[in-house]
Design a binder for this molecule. Sequence first.
Ligand SMILES: C[S@@+](CC[C@H](N)C(=O)[O-])C[C@H]1O[C@@H](n2cnc3c(N)ncnc32)[C@H](O)[C@@H]1O
Length: 202
Amino acid sequence: MIEKFYPSSLYNFLRLIHSNPVNKRILDCGAGGPDPKLAFFYENGFETYGIDISEDQIRETEDFCKENNMKLNVIKGDMRNIPFESKYFGYVYSYLSMVHLSKNGTAQAINEIHRVLMKGGLCYLNFLSKDDNAFDINEETKSGEIISKHGNEEYVHSYFDDDEPEEFFHNFEILYKEKRHILKGKYFNTGRTCILDYIVKK
Ligand SMILES: C[S@@+](CC[C@H](N)C(=O)[O-])C[C@H]1O[C@@H](n2cnc3c(N)ncnc32)[C@H](O)[C@@H]1O
């Protein structure tokens, strides 16, 4: 077991997975970076797969895998067009990654997740709440989509009203929802203070 900090919402997802067993194949959408959440599921006996749009982020995950002797299987891919066959996974999630899509992109990604999930499978997603400290309400940000520039690259962050993500879940059953106010902890330091969590079933 490696020593690592995991967000409490992953334990909650695992708890629901245990009460809803299908297969042990799990996909992380936006899985890259130095702190892959797939490690948690690997250590809990899952066959793990991940996709990420950024080669740099994937390289960081590969370094993590080497250091910790884990095979997480993270490949390049866009969650709006998931490179896996339909109904392949029992479980799919995205941890603070879908937040980088526009609201149209979010709808596309959730339709793709629906396609690759088997019937009865579960999905955990989180969304940035408009109550997050980083969200400034003004005329320009009314849609909830904020575009910021770093050099030549543009980054989107989508923020949601309470219950707004539910429009994406018309062909899922919502099993669990929570509005998390983060007062202290890892994601407080990165500016994330309010997150909307959903666990849904196909
Ligand atoms: C804030 S990081 C979170 C990474 C990881 N989930 C974690 O918790 O440490 C967001 C990740 O989403 C990835 N990403 C952004 N848009 C994506 C897309 N359309 N498809 C797949 N990955 C994407 C980024 O490259 C980045 O690695």
